[in-house]
Design a protein around this ligand. Structure first.
Ligand code: PRP
Length: 177
């Protein structure tokens, strides 16, 4: 698909692959949280589509909350400085917390968030990420539920943006300059 600004987008994960991964992850989560009522925390904005698809596949009684973090600030590279721009509404103390991320890239955002949440003393804290790019990692991150391991390319679609564009595309694309 040819896009304005000389960006060529190439599908790297299609709709069927996304649907299969969401269903697989949902069944893994349901198996591990039987008889529990986890609090799923969606990391805005990138994870909103993944979260919406995941909760509808989950055969589990869950609660949801949302937090917004920023570190890229319209750039293609993380600034390394993560800030909370919109905080949670619920207390997580004593809760089984599952963080839902669209992508773990350098790992700076999620390690900041996991440290931030740990201080609030949840009963348990796990991470679910639709995608990761291990070759870009700057800090170690352990992912409990993972969709796809991707190559070192800038990706957009299914929630992921390039300067706020392309989030609503239904598939995941690499941006070819
Ligand atoms: C993106 C993405 C992750 C983070 C991953 O968020 O949604 O939260 O970057 O990158 P990292 O592992 O290198 O820290 P971004 O800051 O672009 O905000 P957005 O979700 O609102 O697009």
């Amino acid at each position: 698909m040819k896009q304005p600004g000389n960006c060529q987008l190439k599908v790297i994960v299609n709709r069927e692959q996304i649907a299969e991964a969401v269903a697989r992850i949902a069944s893994e989560i349901a198996r591990d949280y039987q008889k529990k009522q986890p609090l799923l925390i969606c990391v805005l904005k990138g994870s909103f589509i993944f979260m919406a698809d995941l909760v509808r596949q989950l055969k589990l009684d869950v609660e949801t909350d949302f937090i917004q973090l920023a570190s890229y600030h319209s750039a293609k590279e993380s600034s390394g400085k993560v800030t909370v721009t919109q905080d949670l509404q619920k207390s997580i103390t004593g809760r089984d917390v599952l963080v839902i991320e669209d992508i773990v890239d350098t790992g700076l955002t999620i390690s900041f968030l996991l440290n931030h949440l740990k201080k609030k003393k949840p009963a348990s804290l796990k991470l679910c990420a639709l995608t990761e790019k291990p070759s870009r990692r700057r800090v170690p991150v352990s992912i409990d539920y993972l969709g796809f391991t991707l190559p070192n390319k800038f990706i957009v679609g299914y929630g992921l943006d390039l300067d706020e564009k392309y989030r609503c595309l239904p598939e995941i694309y690499s941006v070819e300059e």
